[in-house]
Structure formats: structure tokens, C-alpha cells
Design a protein around this ligand. Sequence first.
Ligand SMILES: C[S@@+](CC[C@H](N)C(=O)[O-])C[C@H]1O[C@@H](n2cnc3c(N)ncnc32)[C@H](O)[C@@H]1O
Length: 470
Amino acid sequence: MIRRGRAEGWLKHPIDVLPTWAAFHGVEFNGVKIGPLPGYEDRGSTVIADRTLAGGNVEPLIFVPKDLIISRHNIDLVAKSDHHLREIIEAIGDFGRTTRGAVLTFLLLQATMCCPETKHVGVLNPLTEYIRFLPDELLPTFWTEEEKELLIGTTLKPAVGAKLNSLLREFETMRTATASIDWCAKYWWDEDTGMLTFDDWMRVDAMYRSRALEFPGAGDCMMPCVDMANHAAGDATAALYETDQDGNGLLLLRDGKKIDQGGEITITYGDDKGACENIFSYGFLEDAVTSAKVMFLDLDIPDDDPLRPAKIHISTAAPGFRIFEKDDTIDWESDFIWLVVINEEDGLDFKVRQTIDGKREIQAFWNEQELDTAKLRESLEGDPAWDVFQLRATVLLQNRVEMQIETLRVTQGAKREATIRDVPWRLAERLRSLELEMLERAVTAFDSQVRTVVSFSYPTLQEAHCQSRG
Ligand SMILES: C[S@@+](CC[C@H](N)C(=O)[O-])C[C@H]1O[C@@H](n2cnc3c(N)ncnc32)[C@H](O)[C@@H]1O
């Protein structure tokens, strides 16, 4: 549906019509305009200074009335007077009570209402028009299979796979929950008249993910016009976004910033985000990025661990670990790994307990004491064998990191097929090299952590370790 709407023009507005929409709905621009930046048209539209601006003494650059914010709160308000919206949000149950569920459903209904064939569905509101200004982003969920293959060995590959699976589940929830609603059956699901496909769900997901910002006071939401600002990290960030005391949205020039006429007013989408997350959520990587910054690698409990099923059952942590930059070196963190490295001989035990309603429940014990797995690390830190556990964890991580390096190396040097588009090709290449470099630094850092633990606790082991690692 959305793809067709873009092609036929009923779901597309040229960006130069935005000022008219904005003025009509009370959005104020103060010394800025929205459009492509000459020389950077591939970045879509952005916020551009209409005159020289100096931070500290200018009014908000953009003012957005609170009613226009696409937030869960406002969607609930719209649903009070739009019974079609209310019907579908209620039909999807718990998912409709999440911000993500409410926003994606809302966007889908607005797109449906834009289609000239749709009759008597939904109540037109300013945002029905606004979504026509939003471009389709080439996020990795839209990369072809051969483009996604370029990601083998990067942390983006499993992330995109998991995302597609969860999008499929959400789409299926949506379909099952709304199939018996007459107008949904007719305009969305009917074999002849239905317009929705999984592609539509991917598109509303991409709109939300690439544009949602966390606003103090309003939570995650899409803020029309402020969401036209492109990203620049660090000192290059020109503006901040926030809400005023009445909940209206504001874009404010940073103190001390001076932007010449024609210059870009950027915001930050989060300077701490790693290269993988930037490509995943926004489909680009700034030229200035020189490090993968943060990586999440999955970790499995070995098949030959007799406690594996019980460990999997009780674990609440994400099964993996995060490596990240810290003070010029690489550090790691994981709540999961501690469960992987301990076993029965160390003091771990599981018992099956009968609950009062007759159900059976697995309980974990550490040295005979009931164990809260969320506090496992704390329990282990107090154990005389803490050094051993640390050592096991670090060696395990080191092996996992080396395995990832190997996968990256053997899949290196893929030939570029003519069907592979420029953006996925360049992004995959950059991500591969940034992640490889970070993994290599991690091996060195882990090696020195192992040496420290060994030399401190097991001076005799140190020699053996050094020999084993050459
Ligand atoms: C919140 S939107 C910003 C407005 C968007 N450019 C538009 O045309 O609607 C985020 C998207 O803008 C683009 N973008 C933002 N900052 C960028 C940058 N520094 N370099 C390249 N593309 C950027 C990406 O496509 C990203 O997914």
C-alpha cells in the first residue's frame, strides 16, 4: 500500500509544501527552513539556517504545538474521537498499549486514510497529511538477501535477522487481531480489495525507528518538523530538542553555537550509539566515525554442560556480552556470562519446587543459598574462587571474539554484484572494517586482563598462559 501510495502520489508531498502545512497547524519556524542541503541531497531534508543564527540569544528555532506530537498519550486522545483507531488499538491488546504498537498502528491507519479508495475510515487530522512528507529510509531491513550477506560476521547480521522475525510476529498479531473487523477485512486483508502486505509494516517500522526521539517529559515520540533535523555528533551538534512547560516541542540552538545563513542545524541521535546501531536504526554512518564503539556478541551455553537446560530456563539476561570503548581500551560487560562459567562443582545447584497452585518451578541455588540470578555476579564476587570465574569468563570471551574475527576474515573480499546498491555496499564495508578493528583491540585487551588475573592469583599459571598464547 505505502509503496503504491508513493508511486501514485497520494502518499507523497514535496518538502517545499511543508511551510504551508506548518503555518496552518501552528508550527513556528524562527530563522530556519526545511529542505535538502545543497551538496548533501542524499541525506534527504534537513533544517537549514535562513539567516545567521547565534546561540544564547535566539528564540526557539522551531516551535511545535503539543497536539501535533505523535506520542502514546496523543494517540490515546485521538482514539477517543476516532473509533476506527480505537478499535484497532484495542484489538491488538497489550501491543497497543506500548508506544511502539500505538504509533505503528496510528501511522498505518493514516496511510490507509490517504488512499483515495478508502472511504469512511478514520478521522482526518493534521498528521494524516504530515506522513506524506516522510521519506522511505533504506534501513537494513530493506536490504536484499545478497546485500544482507555482506553483513556476515558483523553484529548487524543477527540484529537484522532478529528484527525481521519480530516484525513478522507483530504483523501476524496485527492481522489476526483485526481480521474480523469489517473495514480492516475490506481495506487491509481481503484477497481482492485488501492493500496491506508485510512491506507496509516494515515501512511504518522504519518511519518510527529512524525518526523517534526521546523527549524529556513526552517519552519516545515523533515530533513533526523537529524530526527533519539530521544528525551530527559531538561539537558538530548544533541544536537541542526539548519540551516547554506546557508540553510543546522546541528546537533550540546550543549555547555558543553560530550558524551562518545556509548552514545546517543538526541534532544528535545519541553520541554513544555504536556503528551497528546507527546503521540499524538510521541507515547511515557519519564520515567522522572511526570506531565501532559498542558491539554486542551472542554467547551460547556449551551443549556438553549438563546444567544447560536449567541455566537457559532461569536466565533473564540477554545471552551475550557487550564490548565497548573505555579510556582508550576495550572493556566488556555481561550479566549472562556468569551463569555460563559456573557449574555444579563450584556450588551451583537447581531444584524443582512445587508451587501452591500445583505448578513446578525451577529454583537456582549457590552454595545452598537460594540464588537471584539477576544478582549472580554479586554472589560470585564474594566467593573465594572469584578470580577463577573471572579468568574463565575472560578466556571464554576471548575465544568468542576470535571466532568472530575468523568469520569476518573468511567472508572478506566479496565480489560486488551489479545488483548490490551503493549504500548497502559502502555501509557493509565500513562496518566490517570498524568491527574487525575493534575485535582485534578486544583480543589484546582481554589478553592483558587474563595476564593480570593470572599473575596476581596464579603466578605459576602465568607462564603456561603466556606460552599457550604464543
Ligand atoms: C530523523 S530523519 C531526519 C530527516 C530526514 N533527512 C528526512 O529527509 O526526512 C533521520 C534520517 O535522516 C538521514 N540522516 C540524518 N542524519 C544524517 C547524516 N549525518 N548523514 C546521512 N544521513 C543522515 C538518515 O536517512 C536518517 O535515517
